[in-house]
Design a protein around this ligand. Sequence first.
Ligand SMILES: [Zn+2]
Ligand SMILES: [Zn+2]
Length: 284
Amino acid sequence: MPRFHVLGSGGWVPTLARQTCCHLVETRRSLIFLDCGTGISRLHDPMFRAILQRHRRAIVLLSHWHHDHIEGLQALPLFLSHMSVTVAGPGRDICGESAAAVLTRFGSAPLLSEPLPHWGERFAGGFSIVDLKPGKNSVDGERVDVIAQPHTHPSAGMRVRDVTYITDTVERPESVALAAGSALLVHDAWLDREDAVAGGPETLAHCSAEGAARVAASAKVSALVLTHLNPRYDSVRLERMFLEAAATFPATHLGTDMSSLQFGAQEEETIAPGAATVGSVGDL
Ligand SMILES: [Zn+2]
Ligand SMILES: [Zn+2]
């Protein structure tokens, strides 16, 4: 059964409790990362070390190019050197330039010893960078359905293996259509009710927890994980935000680093996502 792990549930800046956005969908065929923020550092944990050793194929799907979603890329050779690694992010059709071009800038001298697109030697199974475009994509054999999203710079919503990942965007009907019937929706919950009602520029780039819950309810997903949580909020405020969301969509989980959730896919070894239902809920 596929498992979903939260490695980093925060946005912008890591806190003592939360690293920045990174999630892992563990299937028998491959490890699929949803964003690669500082949460990648959770792979130091012995449980994840054991998972890494069982796999030879990793796919890293990036929602967009903001630093809190890509800072962990520099750690990929540390954790995934024994694998084939494919990094896929919004390309020309979404943000006006290819993923390889963006990552060349990210890693240009003197920021990294070698730009990311030249990392082929660092992974035993090879390394490639591919563009995500709106619609159906095939990333190293995995079907990934993608929508372009409004944000301060464009971001990509995506659905892979019956998990829909929507972050760094506002509440949108397009998200409902993409997520329809998913086993799991992982959704941006940057704002609480107070900040959402107050308005301001962040409401044009992010969603509230209640908005995420409305998307989950409309899409009739089996479970919702709130992610990209705001480092300005303390645990009391986050708990209140969680309760606000759960009032609309009871199967809501507040994203917590190092928590896991198991869900059952109809055809685990099928590359295309099949209908799935949530199996047993772990410690989310
Ligand atoms: Zn972000
Ligand atoms: Zn962003």
